[in-house]
Design a binder for this molecule. Structure first.
Ligand code: SF4
Ligand code: SF4
Length: 300
């Protein structure tokens, strides 16, 4: 499996204390994505400009000429040509470069997360799969989740749902809780802001909601994208009229991912858009509550 992080002691991604396995590779390109290092399935070099001394040993060490000297962002990497050999990381005495992402077997990941089993059992927690889009690796994910279930461990997944329905069916028997993203009700707007239309996502959401599976729909509230009462109301109306969804979390936009874009040499598409507060989100939550949904403003 291609993963880029295993985060311990998480409390926002399911019940109890959780270990979150972040899978690398995504088929959407949301403008506001907080995890740009998850987009490509292959390993990438993250560069930390504040730690860089400008010695240029990375340039000399690179066999493919992939380290680029830039005025604004320092010594970033051309990920088209980088082969993730790690030579520039080894050459850097200042810890300004790091490989993000690795291939791990299902058994290796299982071994890692089982170290936290006592916390899971004590707190009613478990393992959450995030990304990226975890369902791009559905076959391995299903096997890993099956092995976790055998140990009595709760499993959750965060997905954008832009996959064939059969892919979701593959993991259905071994996932206890689905967090399902809902980003925009208009397909052309969805395409504009995430690079894919929303028809498949909405259709899968409808099907999933009709099954007896715990499901929480997550709406990221993003300035200039969907943060208007009119758009959010239409999204709530879709959930009420076209699905069996009861529970919704609103996740307020923040700029925490900005430094990662710079470190990867990527353009940040949100410009100067400012963080949205939970108070701002509450006015949208109230609309959903008045329509009969259970809506909370998430802490993520
Ligand atoms: S990982 Fe290897 S190929 Fe990629 S930038 Fe560093 S030295 Fe060059
Ligand atoms: S080797 Fe490290 S410190 Fe030297 S220029 Fe490259 S990133 Fe900066």
């Amino acid at each position: 499996m291609n993963i880029f992080e295993i985060e311990r002691y998480a409390t926002e991604d399911g019940p109890g204390i959780r270990t979150v396995v972040f899978l690398k590779g995504c088929n959407l390109r949301c403008l506001w994505c907080q995890n740009p290092e998850s987009h490509l399935s292959k390993p990438q070099i993250m560069y930390y400009q504040k730690q860089c001394a400008g010695c240029e040993r990375c340039i000399q060490a690179c066999p493919t000429g992939s380290v680029l000297r830039t005025t604004d962002f320092g010594y970033i990497t051309n990920h088209e040509t980088c082969i993730a050999c790690g030579a520039c990381v080894d050459a850097c005495f200042y810890g300004a470069r790091k490989i993000i992402g690795r291939q791990s077997t299902v058994e290796q990941i299982l071994f890692e997360v089982l170290k936290d089993k006592p916390y899971f059992l004590e707190s009613g927690g478990g393992v959450t799969f995030s990304g990226g889009e975890p369902l791009l690796q559905a076959q391995e994910l299903a096997r890993l989740a099956f092995l976790l279930k055998e140990q009595g461990i709760h499993t959750a997944i965060e997905t954008a749902g832009h996959v064939p329905w059969e892919t979701i069916e593959q993991v259905l028997p071994v996932i206890d809780l689905f967090y399902y993203d809902f980003k925009h009700i208009d397909s052309d707007q969805h395409q504009h802001f995430t690079a894919v239309p929303n028809a498949l996502i909405l259709s899968n959401m409808q099907k999933l909601s009709r099954l007896d599976v715990p499901l929480i729909v997550r709406i990221p509230v993003i300035p200039g994208v969907n943060d208007s009462a009119a758009v959010i109301s239409r999204m709530f109306d879709f959930l009420i009229n076209e699905t069996q969804v009861k529970q919704v979390e609103l996740l307020m936009y923040h700029r925490l991912g900005l430094a990662k874009y710079q470190g990867l040499g990527m353009h940040y598409g949100m410009g100067d858009a400012q963080n949205l507060s939970k108070d701002y989100g509450q006015r949208f939550a109230d609309i959903g509550t008045s329509k009969g949904l259970q809506v909370s403003v998430g802490a993520k």
